[in-house]
Design a protein around this ligand. Structure first.
Ligand code: 13P
Length: 248
């Protein structure tokens, strides 16, 4: 399976950052055996797509309706119209701050698929949940309830992002990552059969150029969802290089 390395710029990115996006797309071209993409604020998508050409640009959310009275929201059709080819759905920051529920995330993923966007659905436990020994139950519950029935197919990837590892510099232990990814894989295969083998499972949470090689070499770690270390080409490039090596 080709590795999939995706940058999540979160609420960062102004017109003055377009040059950095172009630089990231240029380093991505140096690693043709790795699939990569950048998910940026909706305000920048159109200009970024014009600037980078074929490099995949995505969004960080997508409304479940195609159009209508939803002030402030952006639909999958609109994102596609702006030139996006993928979207992140159900990031833990949105599950927490926008109170997104598994059922919302499932509906948004269905809408993204209908619009023709590749989709990354995020799952992950909080520190309290991990310390209470509930990490597996929480994550497998999110997987069960956030994925649409028609989940199989290469339009979909999952990202396991332990909430306590996001933006903290604290990376999950490789054994814990491997265990969680194996459990997610087993759930996908139980539900979708052989197609469940093909859904890429990314790890996210303080992944950077120093730890990417170890994480990306783990079984069932098919890529990474990168926050802070995706903001510059200089930080993103070593992750792409590690993905290239682990994919060989
Ligand atoms: P960091 O890489 O900054 O920890 O962010 C991870 C993340 O939330 C990606 O979606």
């Amino acid at each position: 399976m080709r590795k999939f390395i995706v940058g999540n710029w979160k609420m960062n990115g102004m017109s003055s950052d377009l040059d950095e996006i172009v630089a990231i797309s240029a380093v991505a071209q140096l690693h043709p055996s790795v699939d990569s993409a950048l998910c940026i604020p909706a305000t920048l998508i159109d200009r970024a797509v014009t600037a980078v050409g074929a490099f995949p640009i995505g969004s960080q959310d997508c409304h479940m309706q195609r159009a209508g009275a939803h002030t402030g929201c952006v639909s999958g059709d609109m994102l596609l119209d702006a030139g996006a080819v993928l979207t992140i759905i159900g990031h833990s920051e949105r599950r927490a701050a926008q109170q997104e529920q598994d059922s919302d995330i499932r509906a948004k993923a269905e809408a993204a698929k209908a619009a023709g966007l590749k989709t990354i659905i995020c799952v992950g436990e909080t520190l309290d949940e991990r310390e209470a020994g509930k990490a597996l139950d929480i994550v497998l519950g999110q997987v069960a309830h956030s994925l649409p029935e028609a989940a199989a197919g290469d339009w979909l990837s999952l990202a396991y992002e332990p909430v306590w590892a996001i933006g903290t510099g604290r990376v999950a232990e490789p054994t814990d990552v491997a265990d969680m990814h194996a459990a997610i894989r087993a759930a996908l295969v139980a539900r979708f059969g052989a197609e469940g083998e093909k859904i890429r499972i990314l790890y996210g949470g303080s992944m950077n150029g120093d730890n990417a090689a170890v994480l990306l070499a783990l079984p069932n770690v098919d890529g990474g969802l990168i926050g802070g270390a995706s903001l510059t080409a200089a930080k993103f490039q070593p992750i792409l290089a590690a993905a290239q090596v682990s994919g060989e």
